[in-house]
Ligand binder design. Structure first.
Ligand code: GDP
Length: 328
């Protein structure tokens, strides 16, 4: 185990090795690592928060990796920002490996000294799948990154998680494919603070412009966002680095507006609170399912539940009573 003070100092001085090591500890399944990680996060928390956290989602193939590569380079070169890229990928069974697993798609960004890319871990961490992502954000901010990009694949539960840990939620879309075809649920569109129609290049440019208008109209029908901002739609080409400034302005305008109307700070606070509440649940889950005796008890009950000898609700009550006993 590294020395806590050394690791904290390493992270605070922006050392990449220390940052990676810290994140690895946050992702670890070992209880002793977890304890260390808690101390580490606690030490980094006061140095965190000074950033823009951007969540990016969209179906596989929409161009997320390509966008993060060119947009990340744009942010560094044109906006003089420091960019950290993280991924939330709870579906560890993905056949093609984790998101961002293939860093070669981020050729320039992955070697730039002002960028830090963290591929998603191959499996869930101890105490929740996305717990460590929130902690990684804290660590990256403490290391001096003022732009945190959190990527997620746009097909499931992970969007909500990412929305809950970012300031601006960006949805990447394609022109020409219906929403259903893209697998993007209306709920996810409603969550978006902004939308980019990617691959607006070559023959696809006209279709992208058309789609922009269609989505803009569709968004007007949605209920007003709590942020007080109306979601914008833009077109871009991640491949050709086209319209990246518009993409940035969309985010920057949102941050300005929500800072002025205090939504930004209120959302950050409620996100911390949500993290707290989620952690309580996860901690209890761990205590419950990590307890061998309780686990055996549950396994035995399972058979009875399936055979309709005991109702699921009653069985849950029995588990609770057994758990209470184990705490005495
Ligand atoms: P992801 O699965 O969402 O991360 O998508 P990728 O970034 O891996 O991109 C999927 C494919 O689309 C790759 O072959 C990219 O080269 C291509 N692609 C990404 N962005 C663009 C773009 O703006 N224009 C065009 N024409 N192709 C793109």
């Amino acid at each position: 185990m590294p020395n806590l003070k050394d690791l904290v100092n390493g992270i605070l001085s922006g050392n990449f090795t220390a940052l990676s090591k810290g994140i690895t500890l946050c992702e670890s399944k070992k209880l002793e690592d977890r304890k260390f990680a808690n101390e580490l996060v606690k030490a980094c928390l006061p140095h965190s928060g000074n950033s823009i956290r951007i969540g990016i989602t969209g179906v596989p193939g929409v161009g997320k990796s390509t966008f993060i590569e060119t947009f990340g380079m744009y942010l560094i070169e044109q906006q003089k920002r420091k960019v950290a890229v993280l991924a939330v990928d709870p579906s560890s069974q993905r056949s093609k490996g984790s998101i961002l697993g293939d860093k070669t798609r981020m050729n320039n960004l992955s070697v730039h000294p002002d960028a830090f890319i963290r591929p998603s871990p191959s499996s869930g961490s101890l105490g929740g799948v996305t717990h460590h992502s929130r902690e990684s954000i804290i660590l990256c901010e403490a290391a001096g990154f003022n732009t945190i990009i959190v990527e997620t694949v746009g097909v499931g539960q992970s969007e909500i998680e990412v929305k809950e840990m970012t300031d601006f939620f960006l949805l990447l879309m394609l022109a020409g494919a219906g929403d259903e075809l893209q697998g993007i649920k209306r709920g996810i569109m409603e969550m978006a603070d902004g939308m980019l129609i990617n691959k607006a290049d070559g023959e696809n440019l006209t279709a992208a412009k058309l789609a922009k208008r269609e989505y803009q109209n569709a968004l007007h029908l949605f209920p007003a966002a709590e942020s007080g901002s109306t979601p914008k739609v833009e077109i871009c080409s991640a491949l050709n680095a086209f319209n990246l400034e518009k993409a940035w302005n969309m985010i920057d305008d949102f941050i300005q507006l929500t800072t002025d109307n205090n939504y930004f700070e209120a959302q950050r606070k409620s996100q911390l609170n949500a993290w707290f509440k989620k952690s309580i649940q996860e901690r209890l889950n761990l205590a419950l399912f990590g307890n061998k005796r309780i686990n055996n008890f549950i396994n035995n009950l399972e058979t009875q539940v399936i055979q309709k000898q005991v109702s699921p609700t009653e069985a849950a009550n029995l588990v609770y009573e057994e758990f209470k006993k184990s705490l005495l």
